[in-house]
Design a protein around this ligand. Structure first.
Ligand code: P6P
Length: 340
């Protein structure tokens, strides 16, 4: 019979990261591998809760009580708690920054490790009721050589991150990760409970045909953005216009951009002077992945990964995607006066 022969050489995320570690030779101690395993477990746990949420209406607002009369946690609060507990328990972290927590967590000595993790536990959660893909975004720094782990260890340019990734919760759970030598995508095989390598060496096309902006903000856009969008929507013949795709969930919009190419943008504008997206745990990880996949990530005038954060929740403008598309955008910033 044409029984499907099982793949007997499954490359799980753990095995793939371990092979990365072995490639690094003796400098790697396995701590990053163990940290990534902890992050993997949190993604599996969150994926389960996201799936359940759609069934048992777990997405209710905080403060409501469920049938057991328990205080119901919003899914993003639950996801935050899952990540904080697992990252602390891993014994590999020193500083944690979460979109859900006003202050950074400095891990106590008994559990302190040498990595700092900045994360948005459930980005785009306002979309979950509509069944839109949402995700976890994370970035990892190693503590500075002379530091035992303080806030200064995460107020560093994204270029100093040693790893970054996201997990997108959709029809399947996709974990996309870079540890500094390219980008790989893994899909959760729920029956195994393992993330399996399905998208080795993700490389973003040098040019795409898709632009991804919330044009509902167009009346507030600064002239360079308006001029750029005009150039791709009303191109001179024989060029044809780009297609618009905007999901409103960063993980989903960036995932599509990495795979299909094009440009994703959340500009700063007259209404939001620094834009909306957070530098540390949205812009930095996505910029790190974009560059590792061969693309560009800029504020319009500056490489995102070169920004030095001054506070853990600051925002920044984001344009990222295919090299040629983002370079076109940057040209408009050079040539168009800011205020028209
Ligand atoms: P807007 C989701 O709330 C989010 O933080 C990102 O995931 C997404 O890219 C952006 O905001 C969408 O914002 O203003 O277009 O709804």
């Amino acid at each position: 019979t044409s029984e499907e022969t099982p793949n007997v050489d499954l490359i799980t995320l753990t095995r793939h990261v371990l092979s990365d570690q072995l490639r690094l030779g003796s400098t790697a101690t396995g701590d990053l591998t163990l940290l990534l395993t902890a992050i993997q477990v949190t993604s599996k746990f969150i994926a389960t809760n996201v799936r359940k949420a759609r069934l048992i209406n777990l997405v209710g607002l905080a403060g409501e009580t469920n049938v057991q009369g328990e205080e119901q946690k919003k899914l993003d609060v639950l996801s935050n708690d899952i990540m904080v507990n697992a990252l602390r328990a891993s014994g590999k972290t020193a500083v944690l920054v979460s979109e859900e927590l006003d202050d950074a967590i400095i891990i106590e000595d008994g559990y302190k490790g040498k990595y700092c993790v900045v994360f948005d536990p459930l980005d785009g959660s306002s979309n979950i009721d509509a069944g839109v893909n949402i995700g976890t975004i994370f970035g990892i720094y190693r503590v500075r050589p002379d530091s035992t782990g303080t806030i200064e260890d995460v107020l560093r340019p994204g270029s100093e991150m040693v790893a970054a990734g996201y997990t997108m919760y959709g029809s399947s759970a996709n974990l996309v990760l870079s540890t500094g030598s390219g980008v790989n995508g893994y899909t959760l095989d729920a029956s195994l409970g393992e993330f399996i390598l399905t998208h080795p060496n993700i490389t973003i096309p040098s040019r795409g045909k898709i632009y991804s902006f919330n044009e509902g903000n167009a009346m507030y856009f600064h002239p360079p953005v308006t001029a750029y969008l005009k150039s791709i929507k009303f191109p001179a013949p024989p060029k044809s216009p780009y297609s618009a795709r905007y999901i409103g969930s960063m993980v989903a919009d960036v995932h599509r951009t990495l795979l299909y190419g094009g440009i994703f943008g959340y500009p700063n504008d007259k209404k939001s002077k620094s834009g909306k997206l957070r530098l540390l745990y949205e812009a930095f990880p996505m910029a790190y992945l974009t560059e590792q996949a061969g693309g560009i990530a800029t504020t319009g005038t500056k490489r995102i990964l070169d920004i030095v954060p001054t506070s853990i929740h600051e925002r920044c403008p984001v344009f990222l995607g295919s090299k040629d598309d983002v370079q076109d955008l940057m040209k408009f910033y050079k040539e168009t006066p800011l205020e028209g």
